[in-house]
Design a binder for this molecule. Structure first.
Ligand code: PEP
Length: 255
């Protein structure tokens, strides 16, 4: 489990120019400088990773995907070893936008191991597409976790981060983010599944993030009462006006 709150910014395929990317990196670093209880990770597109020079322990670099092999004839792919050699520390794996392009739970499980072998910390995304009254989404989450973590050894459990991102809450209006109480219920269920797979000790120290339409106005409540250790933030992590406010509001929550 992280000793601090963890806020991970997923820039997705944005911005379109290096000048804009430099401005967002500068804003993020400035905003992270005075934080006491919060660690910030920014995950730009790979093309901009070199801009995130890690010069203090408040901000770290990550990427949004890696391949499941260290090197070889895989045109267009990027290996975890390459990311590590550029100073990257984290990698988002299994984001729903990648799953929509065909990434399976089995591939996610391989990527997790490949990332760990290279010394990266995987941020493993899970989340149901929809919910209904019958509660089928709980079984969906259990299956997703079981397959994605099927190759992970118990002794490596503390190196991974789970990002709970209900797909229906991603990229929506900020008012449509899941409410903190519903997040808490689901996080408790995720911990129960982790308990079943890895045992009580591992489950109790799991690092779990919430993602899906988080902004500076709802971030504090989610951290305070959502039972999570941090947030995976999409659009708001590129907003030079409001991302600093989000970080300050998270940092105000005692650990
Ligand atoms: C995401 O895609 O990981 C995400 C959380 O996006 P947004 O915050 O824009 O909903």
């Amino acid at each position: 489990m992280n000793k601090k709150h963890l806020v991970v910014g997923n820039w997705k395929m944005n911005p379109t120019s290096i000048e804009e990317a430099r401005a967002v990196v500068a804003m993020s670093k400035k905003a992270a400088k005075n934080l006491k209880r919060t660690e910030v990770v920014i995950c730009p597109p790979f093309a901009f990773l070199h801009l995130v020079k890690v010069d203090n322990k408040k901000i770290f670099a990550g990427v949004q995907n890696v391949f499941n092999q260290p090197a070889g004839s895989f045109t267009g792919e990027i290996s975890p070893q390459m990311v590590r050699s550029l100073g990257g520390k984290y990698v988002i794996i299994g984001h729903s936008e990648r799953r929509a392009m065909g990434e399976t739970d089995e591939l996610v499980s391989q990527k997790i191991i490949a990332a760990l072998n290279a010394g990266l910390r995987p941020i493993v995304c899970i989340g149901e597409k929809t919910r209904n009254q019958s509660g089928e989404y709980l079984q969906f989450l259990r299956n997703q976790l079981s397959i994605c973590l099927s190759l992970l050894k118990k002794k490596h459990f503390s190196e991974i981060i789970i990002a709970y991102e209900p797909v229906f809450a991603i990229g929506k209006s900020f008012a449509e983010a899941m409410q903190a109480r519903e997040i808490l219920e689901t996080v408790l269920y995720i911990k129960k599944v982790l308990n079943d797979i890895f045992g009580k000790e591992s489950a109790s120290c799991a690092c779990i993030l919430y993602g899906g339409s988080v902004n500076w106005e709802n971030a504090k409540a989610i951290i305070e009462t959502g039972g999570v250790n941090g947030l995976l933030v999409g659009r708001e992590s590129l907003n030079v006006e409001t991302f600093p406010k989000l970080l300050t509001s998270v940092d105000a929550v005692s650990l």
